[in-house]
Write a new protein. Structure first.
Length: 122
């Protein structure tokens, strides 16, 4: 009787451990696009995976990150290419008033005598 209980507990513990490992791997995979290689390595290091499995995860993460950045970049380029900047600038100029304030000061190099200050504000 005791052996059955021990085996059941052992199987349950292995099932929980496998479940935790799988959960960590999925989480690492989902967050890989936003994590560095070192942070992924640190995250899955406590799972005590073989080196080839760890390398496979890191390669997959790197590939996923590259694909995500390519897709985001292509989408941004596609959106920007649809913008008519001349039309948008024209609308902006029509709807806004420009105010320019300038101050000009001319000073003699030898800092001696004459100084001219021009200031125009409206």
């Amino acid at each position: 009787m005791v052996n059955n209980d021990d085996e059941n507990n052992k199987n349950e513990n292995q099932g929980l451990r496998a479940s935790e490992v799988l959960k960590k791997l999925i989480t690492a995979g989902m967050g890989a696009a936003f994590m560095t290689e070192e942070s992924i390595r640190a995250y899955v290091s406590e799972l005590k995976l073989p080196k080839d499995v760890l390398n496979y995860i890191l390669q997959g993460a790197s590939k996923s990150k590259d694909e995500l950045m390519d897709r985001v970049g292509n989408e941004v380029v596609r959106i920007i290419s649809k913008i008519d900047f001349v039309s948008e600038a024209s609308k902006f100029v029509e709807d806004h008033k420009f105010k320019i304030t300038a101050e000009v000061e001319v000073i003699r190099k030898d800092s001696g005598g004459v100084e001219l200050n021009i200031s125009r504000k409206k």
